[in-house]
Design a protein around this ligand. Structure first.
Ligand code: ZN
Length: 300
């Protein structure tokens, strides 16, 4: 082996060690206090919302199964009341992965109708491949589902869960704590980064923009927003984000009208250039967002 080849092999080896190290890296659950009763938990995956009520805890999303014990320990620091309700904002594994660990005699899992169907489909496959057992499978599924909206009442607080159509997926719901004035938007809002829109699970660009406009009508300048990913946000930032999505949409629609192909739109960095520095550093690159917008808008 030539010296250069040996060096390359060594670098490759070092790289794989570093990758394994990164995967096993200790996940730390951090807590942001957003209002007297609402907290945001960050670990790995979608942001968790926690409401501490008069006699129970109301939880929104649960990240991954492997983090459940850490998340439970974090919640226990906030309250020793039981988690009566666990609300899934949508079906993705980084928001529902802990369902089976949290599901129990004291906890009821709630989600939009389409979430149950999609989680069922995914977990059935896992069951068939013997990755999970029957009990785990049953505990992953939401136990109460709704089609449009659902309300929870606790003391002075009303918690409103409402479905939005074809946004990030076909089963998204937003959760608004009316008195605490906190809105959890699930993955219909990726604060500070380009959005991931799951076109294969019923998501769409126009549905996502409509959802954000709906959210802007519900909230006020004091509302704290929990985005699916990213730091806590507010109306001003969401407003600017919606403008960004509309600008990118209008440019892609124009390109489609002019007969541009997918490859041409993917290569046309001018479409997203004004936002690359502020929003291109996440898991969705600017090229990926141009591709998603093209595919979603062309099919309409
Ligand atoms: Zn998602």
């Amino acid at each position: 082996m030539k010296p250069l080849a040996i060096l390359n092999t060594c670098l490759l080896f070092l790289c794989s060690i570093l990758t394994i190290h990164a995967q096993n890296k200790e996940v730390v659950i951090t807590v942001d206090t957003l209002s007297p009763q609402v907290y945001m938990l960050t670990g790995q995956g979608g942001n968790i919302g926690i409401y501490v009520g008069t006699d129970h805890v109301f939880m929104i999303d649960d990240q991954f199964d492997r983090l459940s014990e850490k998340i439970k320990a974090s919640i226990a620091q906030l309250s020793d009341k039981p988690i009566a309700f666990l609300f899934n904002t949508h079906m993705h594994g980084d928001h529902t992965g802990g369902n089976a660990s949290f599901n129990g005699p004291q906890t009821t899992i709630i989600a939009h109708d389409n979430v149950r169907g999609r989680v069922m489909e995914r977990e059935k496959k896992n069951l068939e491949e013997a990755k999970i057992n029957e009990t785990f499978y049953e505990n992953m599924l939401p136990e109460i589902t709704f089609s449009d909206d659902i309300s929870f009442y606790d003391g002075d607080e009303t918690i409103l869960g409402f479905h939005v159509h074809e946004a990030h997926t076909d089963g998204d719901a937003l959760v608004y704590f009316m008195t605490n004035n906190v809105l959890h938007m699930g993955d219909t809002y990726f604060a500070g980064r380009f959005p991931y829109i799951d076109l294969n699970s019923g998501g769409s660009v126009n549905g996502l923009i409509d959802t954000q406009k709906k959210a802007l009508m519900v909230i006020n300048d004091e509302t704290v927003i929990i985005p699916g990913h990213g730091r806590p946000s507010n109306k001003k930032e969401l407003s600017a984000y919606t403008v960004m999505l509309e600008e990118i949409r209008d440019k892609v629609v124009q390109a489609i009208k002019e007969g541009a192909s997918l490859e041409e739109v993917k290569a046309n960095s001018a479409i997203t250039a004004p936002y690359d520095a502020t929003h291109g550093g996440g898991f969705i690159s600017s090229e990926a967002i141009r591709e998603t917008f093209y595919k979603s808008l062309r099919s309409q």
